[in-house]
Design a protein around this ligand. Structure first.
Ligand SMILES: C=C(O[C@@H]1C=C(C(=O)O)C=C[C@H]1O)C(=O)O
Length: 468
């Protein structure tokens, strides 16, 4: 092991960090290079018993696991983007980073998860809902990009002795992670219990889609993205890690994510859609809309007038919003095909130079995109409230991180599930535009739900063979 990653060097860094700040409640951040550890695989050891756990697996790009909370913010509603950005800046600026000169992957990060709607709908008050935004400076952060990896520990210290303790904890965790990690297996996949009427969502959805199509054909809306929720009851708790590990192979182009608030509340998925990536003052956003039906390898999709219009609405809106912010976005002229497992979409990447803008001021403009809400945005959002009989929660909302250099990765949380105890909610939606056919849209969400359900690899009891 090289000199800069020996225990004595960590200890020395912790003491220097403490002395350089010397104040009460010093937020100390220690880091060590730690190659060869897969954060997805290591998450249970990293987290130990911590209730907060997070994973953003963009492998073969950056894979990040985090656990425990050092500083956190939860907000109920208004000005959530602005306040979450302020919390992020304050937390990261306050950190005494003893490894300030380290590669981008090692930078300290604040993790963020938004709810789709700023406010909970009138009819759903009283039930448990995720906050409008959660922002967490984690205690532990483990990253890997390529063959390189880093372990970071953030903690509040009030004395040289506490700074030393922090260094010891980092060293100990480093040793634990280098020992043999347990394999990720769910000893037995949970069995899906028979639940009422598995076709209930279809009946509800058909009615909502017909109304949605009236709205777009009548010109009241240009687009509306209606979602459905399917709830599955299980005989056991669902552990998403084996699923996320499989999806890494099957959907390498997606970003797998998991946000565990507590052991009984885990939100997870594999997002094909970037709300924004910020790297060194450059933004990239994905317009992703238009979905191939079963049996179409994408050629019909590329020729479909309805899908091309639906897609173009998303590209135009994203580029206009960026222009309104005084930016000069670039886009490809023609959409490409993006394949994510069994689903193929039309995809147009959009880029812009955004020097000096914060990630969340940009995200506030872009969320929710017409790929997941509709157009005009405000009217579409109001119709979603009327036509969707459930709270979206964090479905289709931004999830990701911001680092100490202002770089960020925010994904749109679709292709996702939310496990609460033994209940598992799967949510999927499809965009309606003029000319949409109700039956096709129903088939599209059915396909999306079936793909999700299939990936879960649940056991089915004799009495309940079909999920969707
Ligand atoms: C809303 C979802 O997906 C979005 C809607 C799409 C469509 O309508 O074609 C395609 C990709 C996503 O932007 C979802 O999967 O839940």
């Amino acid at each position: 092991m090289s000199a800069d990653c020996s225990f004595s060097s960590v200890l020395e860094a912790s003491q220097q960090g403490w002395m350089s700040s010397g104040g009460e409640d010093t937020l100390l951040s220690l880091a060590l290079p730690l190659d060869g550890i897969d954060p997805l695989h290591a998450l249970p050891v990293l987290a130990d018993q911590a209730s907060f756990q997070m994973l953003m697996d963009g492998a073969p790009g950056l894979c990040l696991a985090a656990a425990g909370s050092c500083q956190q913010l939860e907000l109920a509603g208004a000005r959530r983007f602005e306040l979450a950005q302020r919390f992020t800046d304050l937390s990261l600026n306050r950190l005494v980073d003893t490894r300030a000169i380290s590669p981008a992957q090692a930078r300290p990060r604040v993790l963020l998860r938004f709810r789709f709607f700023e406010q909970v709908g009138e009819h759903h008050h009283g039930a448990m809902h995720p906050p409008a935004v959660e922002a967490v400076l984690p205690r532990w952060q483990l990253t890997r990009q390529g063959r390189r990896g880093w372990l970071r520990l953030n903690g509040v210290v009030n004395s040289a002795a506490e700074a030393r303790e922090l260094a010891e904890q980092l060293w100990l965790k480093c040793e634990q992670l280098q020992a043999d990690l347990p394999f990720i297996t769910s000893s037995r996949s949970p069995t899906q219990l028979a639940n009422g009427n598995p076709d209930l969502w279809k009946q509800r959805y058909s009615r909502a889609v017909e109304r949605g199509i009236e709205l777009v054909n009548g010109g009241e809306l240009h687009k509306l993205v209606l979602a459905v929720r399917h709830t599955i009851d299980l005989d056991n708790r669902f552990n998403p890690l084996p699923l996320l590990q499989r999806l890494r192979r099957q959907q390498a182009g997606s970003c797998r994510f998991q946000w565990q608030r507590e052991a009984d509340d885990v939100f997870f998925g594999a997002s094909p859609e970037r709300l924004l990536s910020l790297r060194g003052g450059w933004l990239r956003s994905d317009a992703l809309a238009g979905t191939a039906g079963e049996g179409d390898d994408g050629m019909q999709l590329l020729r479909s007038d309805k899908d091309r219009r639906e897609h173009e609405l998303v590209v135009d809106t994203l580029t206009n919003q960026l222009r309104q912010m005084g930016l000069t976005p670039c886009r490809r002229r023609q959409p490409q095909l993006a394949r994510h497992g069994q689903l193929t979409h039309l995809h147009t990447p959009i880029t812009a130079e955004v020097q000096g803008r914060s990630a969340l001021s940009l995200a506030e403009q872009l969320h929710p995109t017409p790929a997941v809400a509709g157009l005009p945005r405000r009217e579409a959002m109001a119709w979603l409230r009327t036509l969707e009989p459930f709270e979206r929660g964090c479905y289709a909302a931004p999830i990701g991180w911001i680092d100490s250099a202002g770089d960020a990765e925010l994904r749109v949380a679709i292709r996702c599930g939310h496990a609460r105890g033994r209940h598992l909610d799967l949510t999927a939606g499809a965009g309606l535009v003029r000319g949409s056919i109700a039956e096709r849209e129903r088939q599209e969400v059915e396909l999306k739900l079936a793909v999700l359900a299939d990936q879960l690899k649940l056991q089915t009891s004799e009495r309940n063979r079909s999920i969707v």
